[in-house]
Design a protein around this ligand. Sequence first.
Ligand SMILES: CC(C)(COP(=O)(O)OP(=O)(O)OC[C@H]1O[C@@H](n2cnc3c(N)ncnc32)[C@H](O)[C@@H]1OP(=O)(O)O)[C@@H](O)C(=O)NCCC(=O)NCCS
Length: 177
Amino acid sequence: MLKGNTIDLVVLERSQLPILHEWFNDVDFVGEFEPFDQDSLAGLEKWFDGMTGSQSFLIQKKDGAPIGTISYFKSKDCTAIGYMLAPQERGKGYGTEVVQMMVDYLFLHKDIVRIQAETHPGNLGSQRVLEKVGFSKEGIIRRSFFSRGVYRDTAMWSILREEWKEPKILPIGYRKP
Ligand SMILES: CC(C)(COP(=O)(O)OP(=O)(O)OC[C@H]1O[C@@H](n2cnc3c(N)ncnc32)[C@H](O)[C@@H]1OP(=O)(O)O)[C@@H](O)C(=O)NCCC(=O)NCCS
């Protein structure tokens, strides 16, 4: 478990996939910007069993209540992240905390130089979260995915290891030399 200030991150177990199944098939949970692809529980289990180089976490409040999910995964030679919070838990600072925790985790424990996140240019909340954690906007990938009846642009954001400098939430786990 990764312990944050107001939330914890717990590696997603196969037995917890019904929670994701409910969330991902709920248009309010997915929000107005992410693709709303329907999937069966069996489909999610197949995805889970085939995961390589990626990991999903449940975001939990300190009382153990699950409020969302965050993942990291390979995108070519880069590491990318994706995240979602339950509608009633948005706007309370959890988004900023969970992205900071994931950035701390990845730069502390994985030998990588860059983390990227793709978001719809109209997703102001997600982009503000990325900005607050130290990501920079690299540009717009035009008409790069199809969702809700139209081709949409994607904004590419990234943070480099040297821009992160040091963890803001997670402990280093050893004394600095
Ligand atoms: C995007 C998301 C993770 C943001 O998390 P959150 O917990 O609501 O964000 P925070 O409370 O940490 O807010 C961080 C900042 O963003 C701002 N913000 C949050 N939602 C906003 C919105 N809808 N419009 C404009 N600004 C917003 C906050 O005011 C805050 O800025 P400030 O500190 O300068 O005041 C959450 O809204 C969500 O899960 N959305 C649906 C799924 C999704 O879009 N995931 C991201 C895909 S790329």
